[in-house]
Design a protein around this ligand. Structure first.
Ligand code: SF4
Length: 320
């Protein structure tokens, strides 16, 4: 079983552009050609998916066609203010742990916001277009103030002066016995002197209503499964910190939980593999379509997907 960990940026879990989708490996191209399809600039060659992350698993569960657009076609997406603010806030919370514990105060964290925004603009020039039509800088100032409020709210939920994370922005990857490769980026890993592991994820949105908590925990159980496979230790606690609403959601997983998640992921991967080989990616319209960048390519909105860039077999025929 091959496994790995390492420091990482945030492009995997809060993608700004689909070109960052990490679940694929090399292959052939062909997107954007053919009559009736909108020309699509080739960002990287299209390829069958090679691994699964919580974000992309969530995409497939939400809408298989969205998964195809992001992972197979790698259609570019515009940066959004909300996602970019999330990336900025994550960067500030991560960097705050670089300063001595006693200095990890709300004012110090707020001071980090402008510098981290500069760094983000340098590392991802595409985010500059967010405020290209804001000559007076009013919208940018409001947006930065909202980021500062989110950072400040964190101090009502956790006390970073009493935390010494074992890991921050940790890239993790593990291969299950089935061969399925799981990967992702964990915001923070805390390890108690007893060896107990806590996985923490920051959300800049609001906590879900209780009936939707299971969906929110899916990502955390995914990470717990990866950590279990990597370190042979089941994390003691999973913790979601909602900066938008000021809530903390926790869950203590057990072995049966993680085995259930593994079975679910294997079934999901089988469905993805079937769709990849047949080219049968169904749109599943929901109210989330309002946030989808790909309506112009979606049949539900009168669009046409780009030509499928991978070889296909007939649905129902034996796998290749
Ligand atoms: S618009 Fe809706 S149905 Fe169409 S690809 Fe996007 S999420 Fe799927």
């Amino acid at each position: 079983m091959e496994t790995s960990t390492g420091a990482a940026g945030r492009s995997e879990s809060t993608p700004v552009v689909a070109a960052d989708a990490p679940d694929t490996a090399g292959g052939s191209t062909g997107a954007g050609e053919g009559a009736g399809a909108t020309a699509v600039p080739a960002v990287r060659p299209a390829a069958p998916p090679a691994s699964l992350s919580p974000s992309r698993a969530g995409d497939f569960m939400q809408c298989p066609l969205l998964y195809r657009f992001r992972v197979i076609d790698r259609l570019p997406e515009k940066p959004s203010e909300a996602a970019t603010r999330g990336t900025l806030v994550h960067a500030v919370l991560e960097r705050l742990f670089d300063v001595p514990a006693a200095e990890r105060t709300a004012p110090r964290a707020r001071e980090l916001v402008p510098g981290q925004w500069d760094r983000l603009r340098e590392s991802r020039p595409e985010v500059r277009e967010l405020f290209a039509e804001d000559p007076e800088g009013e919208r940018l100032a409001r947006w930065l103030a909202e980021a500062e409020q989110l950072v400040e709210r964190w101090f009502t939920l956790e006390d970073p002066s009493r935390l010494e994370p074992a890991e921050r922005e940790l890239f993790v990857e593990a291969e299950l016995d089935s061969g399925l490769r799981l990967r992702g980026i964990i915001d923070r890993v805390d390890v108690a002197p007893t060896g107990e592991v806590r996985i923490v994820d920051y959300k800049t949105g609001k906590a879900p209503r209780p009936e939707y908590a299971e969906g929110a925990l899916f990502q955390m159980k995914f990470y717990a499964l990866v950590v279990w496979r990597l370190k042979r230790v089941i994390p003691r606690r999973l913790q979601l910190v909602y900066l938008g609403s000021g809530d903390v959601l926790t869950y203590d997983p057990d072995r049966a939980d993680l085995e259930r998640v593994e079975r679910k992921l294997l079934a999901l991967w089988e469905a993805i593999r079937e769709a990849t080989e047949t080219g049968d990616w169904r749109p599943r319209p929901t109210k989330l379509c309002g946030w989808c960048d790909h309506q112009a390519h979606c049949p539900e909105f009168g669009g046409t997907p780009p030509p499928y860039p991978l070889p296909v077999r007939a649905a129902g025929s034996a796998p290749v």
